[in-house]
Design a protein around this ligand. Structure first.
Ligand code: NAP
Length: 251
């Protein structure tokens, strides 16, 4: 089961206001897909992105929601459906990072990371799936992290959230393959975005780049290109996979 052409499909990208999410929005919109750009706090960035896509003749819509909150997720899906119709493709990209020793991590920090990175994806999948199952077609891509595979000191909670997201992706892939739905995960290494800049200063990022065989950090556009592939019909038989995008890095 699949679509010969994804043009005209509807895709929701969470955390689409900036960074990797914004690059995915641009890549998917360029395929003729109608894109809903979810944002939480970066309203201006989301609106600017949507305006620039619309100015190029593409269909895009900005929609605010805190993915941690099921009422927000419900309202977000309802407004996208009212504008574009049912959602065929979902990219769970919204995420927050945290560098902290476990011994210094509060209950609230744990909850913030888990709720954004893992519960948010669960809530969006749960809301998106009934339509995808009914139409026997759907594409879900979850933005994990290389830390979700390898673990990372000082980032145990973040790594645990991403490991959980990988397990969720693989489980849903088996559960939903009979319904013509694929669920894959992307596990980026260090990608030059606000998230990484907030964690590592210029010198730390330069020294990290030296450890990566490719000799540089990745770009949001490089992650977006893999996501676009998973969403395409060329990837119809690829399911439950975790693709690392890391310039050959072995942390
Ligand atoms: P970023 O530039 O910090 O962007 C994060 C995005 O998540 C923003 O669009 C933000 O929206 C959104 N977001 C955060 N909390 C949200 C919430 N509660 N509800 C809805 N949206 C929320 O980060 P990025 O580097 O592009 O990261 C994107 C994804 O890739 C994340 O899941 C991250 O863990 C993963 N990743 C990144 C790297 C990296 O090196 N950059 C590596 C591996 C994995 P607003 O700005 O509108 O609030």
């Amino acid at each position: 089961m699949g679509k010969d052409n994804i043009k005209g499909s509807v895709c929701l990208v969470t955390g689409g206001s900036r960074g990797i999410g914004a690059a995915i929005v641009k890549a998917v919109a360029a395929e003729g897909v109608k894109v809903a750009v979810n944002y939480f706090s970066s309203e201006n960035k989301a609106l600017e992105l949507v305006s620039s896509l619309q100015a190029q003749g593409m269909s895009a819509l900005a929609v605010r929601a805190d993915v941690r909150n099921s009422a927000d997720v419900e309202a977000m899906f309802a407004s996208v459906e009212a504008e574009f119709g049912n959602i065929d493709m979902l990219v769970n990209n919204a995420g927050v990072s945290m560098r902290e020793l476990v011994t210094d991590t509060s209950d609230e920090q744990w909850q913030q990371v888990m709720d954004t990175n893992l519960k948010g994806a669960f809530l969006c999948c749960r809301r998106a799936l009934p339509h995808m199952i009914r139409q026997r077609y759907g594409r879900i891509v979850n933005m994990a992290s290389i830390w979700g595979i390898t673990g990372a000191s000082f980032e145990s909670v973040y790594a645990a959230s991403k490991g959980g997201l990988i397990a969720l992706s693989k489980s849903l892939a088996s559960e939903l393959a009979p319904s013509g739905i694929t669920v894959n995960a992307i596990a980026p290494g260090p990608i030059e975005t606000d998230l990484l800049i907030a964690e590592l200063d210029d010198d730390e990022r330069a020294s990290l780049a030296e450890d990566i065989p490719a000799g540089r950090l990745g770009t949001a556009a490089e992650v977006a290109s893999a996501c676009r592939y998973f969403l395409s019909d060329d990837a119809a038989y690829i399911n439950g996979q975790v693709l690392t995008i890391d310039g050959g890095w072995k942390p």
